[in-house]
Design a protein around this ligand. Structure first.
Ligand code: THU
Length: 129
């Protein structure tokens, strides 16, 4: 991905994070992913008073893309209002692995954008067999 594409993905994640519904944790997260065809899907976290129903921004963005028929995912950017870096939780890493095992993950930090691979973040994914 070009620097401009990475910047754009991070900006989209920031915009999405503004729409977070996080009255219980106060921790607003935004995520944006880019498909290999250049489409962008975004999401924020959405909390629920039944806390188990809370959904992470990353997984909503992922499911948004997949349920729209876009399963070839090149990269995801994640930002948090607190300044980050906001590492995807374990469940989101495993969910991403299913559709985006080769994805680059860009995390906005106070001192810039940090790049990781999903392989670095989830070296031993659960796999059947
Ligand atoms: N959260 C995310 O959206 N993504 C993450 O990677 C970690 C946590 C959300 C879930 C909850 O709404 C809040 O952040 C605090 O855990």
């Amino acid at each position: 991905m070009t620097t401009e594409e990475i910047q754009r993905l991070v900006s989209e994640a920031e915009e999405a994070g503004k729409r977070a519904v996080a009255p219980y944790s106060g921790f607003k997260v935004g995520a944006a992913l880019m498909t290999r065809g250049g489409m962008i899907f975004t999401a924020s976290n959405v909390e629920n008073p039944s806390l188990m129903l809370t959904a992470c921004a990353e997984r909503i963005a992922l499911l948004n893309a997949v349920s729209s028929g876009q399963t070839d995912i090149a990269a995801m950017a994640v930002v948090s209002e607190k300044g980050g870096p906001c590492f995807p939780c374990g469940s989101c890493r495993q969910a991403l692995y299913e559709f985006a095992p080769d994805a680059a993950i860009y995390l906005k930090a106070k001192d810039g954008i940090k790049k990781f691979t999903l392989e670095e973040l989830l070296p031993y994914p659960f796999q059947k067999g």
